[in-house]
Write a new protein. Structure first.
Length: 253
């Protein structure tokens, strides 16, 4: 297994060897409660499927699976412990976090407030759900979902965000949490740098988390297998500023 793939365990800055991004998926049954300490970090709880009580909000959740439209989500700033209680028979939540000193006000982000849009065309068309991007306030976190039809490419043309050179490019660590509409399927993710000091082609299975510490990172959904992924990003500046691989920049014209 690639050193960039995590299965069945949380991602922390210590485990990933970086500074900013933390990620965890919790699969719950009705009545299960998850509590996480939130000192020194802000949290975005994305309800992947089912419903849950999250903090002071009740019955948060909008879909049966990640392929059934945008999610409900909750933003929580640093401070008191985060409490999440499953309300449906089965419930899955993603905990997306980053270091923060103050954060912003707690907020419920309803699925109805997340407007899906298309990016790319033809074999690069995919659907985007911006959950907590620059159009919503937070201190460090950036969170978005992408649905890629079977056989299509996304995060394409290949781009990177590993250099702190605002306003040209912003340094952002990133996780990709992958799900497949048919769990026996697969996708492929490349992670590579210009000098190929990092150069991996990863066979992605349902539930895999791919770490992107640096480099370009395009994704291809296998024919016959619709692909979903949840991106969590954070860095020293909360800006999504990327550089496209010069070899493939012509495709933006």
């Amino acid at each position: 297994m690639s050193r960039l793939v995590v299965r069945d365990s949380p991602v922390t800055p210590a485990s990933a060897g970086w500074k900013y991004v933390g990620f965890e998926v919790c699969a719950l049954r009705r009545g299960d409660v998850v509590e996480r300490e939130m000192q020194g970090r802000e949290l975005c709880v994305v309800v992947l499927s089912g419903t849950a009580d999250v903090g002071r909000w009740r019955d948060v959740g909008s879909r049966a699976t990640v392929f059934d439209g945008p999610p409900d989500a909750v933003y929580l700033p640093p401070g008191n412990p985060a409490m999440i209680g499953a309300k449906s028979e089965r419930c899955s939540v993603a905990l997306c976090w980053a270091p923060a000193r103050h954060g912003v006000e707690p907020a419920l982000i309803k699925a109805s407030e997340i407007k899906p849009f298309q990016r790319g065309s033809g074999r690069t068309e995919r659907t985007i759900h911006n959950i907590l991007m620059e159009d919503r306030p937070a201190e460090a976190l950036l969170v978005t979902e992408v649905l890629t039809p079977a056989g299509n490419w996304s995060s394409y043309p290949p781009h990177k965000h590993d250099t702190d050179d605002v306003p040209r490019e912003a340094y952002l660590e990133e996780t990709y949490y992958h799900r497949l509409a048919r769990p026996d399927g697969f996708a492929v993710q490349l992670v590579y740098t210009d000098d190929r000091s990092l150069d991996e082609a990863i066979q992605v299975r349902d539930g895999d988390v791919v770490l992107v510490p640096r480099g370009y990172h395009p994704v291809a959904a296998g024919p016959g297998y619709d692909l979903y992924y949840l991106n969590v990003m954070a860095g020293p500046v909360r800006r999504w500023l990327v550089t496209t691989d010069p070899d493939h920049r012509w495709q933006l014209d």
